[in-house]
Design a protein around this ligand. Structure first.
Ligand SMILES: Cc1ncc(COP(=O)(O)O)c(C=O)c1O
Length: 490
């Protein structure tokens, strides 16, 4: 874009935004089973949008200048604390920022001889790796049970060292939607004098409602002895617009460790509760309004429909020949893989079709996308096979039969097509690429030479890309992904 010489009308701009969004996945309607959370109640999203707009230009940088921010934040954080075992908290821009602040607080609470370390189950969100990367910690990866995908408490215990400043459990972990044994892990951490963070970014504002609707949800929040902090995203199952999460600390002294102040310059004094400094109060207004517009009754009703949909979906998938649901998730996240695919990453059997009865899940995902549904592919990792992830939300129940029909059709189509066909030698080529010797343009050309159009829009065929990534070790995947991002923003 070049800056126009003369300003343009609002109508023209909105028309252009509509055009720009033409190829976007729809954010409403339940056909996109990741990234977006739809209540199926337009009036709730409307209330949030209007409140967001009302707070849009308020800057949370200085709470003394805009007291509305303090009042709203106290109400939102208070609601989260009431539901999740108390504590004092901070409203943040998302799960990653909540986790970043919990890690910073833990790091600053304890001086270690060596570099501070964190014990993190392999199924925990990469936000912990990102926090470690930004804040100078070392991650000690903890294996999970190969059948249930829950972190094993004895392995957590074994990972704790003199320099461990934080132990992590998820409620639930995103990939398979299962809840780690929080009480046991937090108990082990407490016995060793180490704080324990529960990542309830997905589950914090979901599991209590599922429990009330009849699901068997083990204790996971700040009321569990040994749990010292917890993250809960309101922009996930709180159904608030993006930019809304809360991190809670059992001890207010720990919350202060998350804060940052600087008087070391001649400008205004800086006091920040979050990573960002100047920021819009729009997301806070949106989250506040969503909580108010739905209320207890609204969330409980959404919990009931979400639970019913998740159960129906799991049962339906289990009946489709060639598929199997991974583990027995307590939450509303469902992952399924190819029958007979027992796992193993970087093995290069594409998306799982090792023995012929199964189906390549990456091809399946592309086939669903052709039919207007986005089902999220997950690469194999740490012995967990490649699979498909579905986040069930409030709106899913209405379309669960249609979703099951599409999955069944996509399985048939994927079986007919067979596994993604990788050009001979492609994996080896990518594995051996000297990325430092290639600029973005050369990388883009190389990709298109092997049939992958990085500049394309619309409905990309991702099976080949996913199959190549799946065949690479994680560090190589990461290097390629960073290059991919750089190319698409060139
Ligand atoms: C369990 C879990 N933790 C943390 C995050 C990170 O959240 P965000 O994308 O809001 O930064 C996610 C996102 O999916 C998640 O599922």
């Amino acid at each position: 874009m070049s800056l126009p010489d003369k300003g343009r009308s609002t109508e023209e701009l909105l028309a252009e935004i509509t055009r720009l969004k033409r190829e976007d996945l729809p954010v409403r309607g339940g056909k996109v089973t990741a990234y977006v959370y739809d209540t199926g109640r337009p009036e709730v999203h409307e209330a949030a949008a209007r409140a967001y707009f009302e707070m849009l230009e308020v800057n949370t940088l200085d709470p003394t200048a805009f007291p509305s921010v303090v009042e709203m934040e106290k109400q939102v954080v208070g609601a989260v604390a009431d539901l999740l075992g108390g504590g004092s908290g901070i409203f943040t821009s998302g799960g990653t920022e909540s986790i970043m602040l919990a890690v910073k607080a833990a790091r600053d609470a304890r001086k270690t001889e060596g570099r501070p370390r964190m014990a993190v189950p392999v199924t925990a969100h990469p936000a912990f790796h990102k926090a470690a990367h930004y804040l100078g910690l070392v991650v000690d990866a903890v294996p999970v049970d190969p059948v249930t995908f829950r972190a094993s408490p004895s392995d957590v215990e074994a990972a704790i060292t003199e320099d461990t400043v934080l132990v992590v459990a998820s409620a639930p972990s995103y990939p398979q939607g299962v809840i780690d044994p929080v009480a046991r892990i937090a108990g082990i951490a407490a016995a060793r004098g180490v704080p324990c963070h529960v990542d309830a970014c997905v589950g914090g504002w979901l599991l209590p409602w599922l429990r009330e609707a009849g699901a068997d949800i083990p204790p996971f929040d700040l009321s569990v002895p040994g749990v010292t902090s917890l993250s809960c995203d309101l922009h996930k199952f709180g159904y608030a617009p993006k930019g809304a999460s809360v991190v809670l600390f059992a001890d207010p002294a720990m919350r202060r460790r998350a804060y940052f102040a600087s008087a070391s310059w001649p400008g205004y004094t800086v006091i920040n509760a979050t990573v960002q400094s100047s920021k819009s109060a729009g997301p806070l207004g949106g989250a506040w309004a969503t909580l108010q517009a739905l209320g207890r009754e609204g969330y409980l009703e959404l919990g009931r429909t979400t639970l019913a949909a998740a159960r129906e979906l799991r049962a339906g998938i289990a009946k489709i020949p060639g598929l199997r649901v991974l583990s027995d998730p307590e939450s509303a996240l469902v992952a399924f893989g190819s029958d007979g695919d027992s796992g193993g990453d970087s093995g290069g059997d594409s998306g799982g079709d090792s023995d012929g009865d199964g189906v390549d899940v990456f091809v399946l995902s592309d086939e669903a996308r052709r039919r207007g549904w986005f089902l999220q592919p997950q690469l194999s990792y740490a012995g967990i096979p490649a699979n498909i992830h579905i986040t069930v939300t409030g709106v899913t129940l209405r379309g669960v039969e249609a979703m099951l029909e599409v999955i069944a059709e996509a399985v048939e189509a994927a079986r007919e097509r067979g596994p993604a066909k990788l050009p001979e030698g492609l994996v080896e080529l990518v594995a051996g690429l000297d990325l430092d010797a290639l600029d973005d343009a050369a990388f883009g050309e190389l990709a298109s030479a092997v049939g992958v159009d990085l500049g394309g829009s619309g409905q990309p065929e991702m099976a080949v890309v996913n199959a190549v990534l799946d065949a690479l070790p994680a560090d190589r995947r990461e290097a390629i992904l960073i290059r991919f991002l750089s190319v698409i923003y060139s």
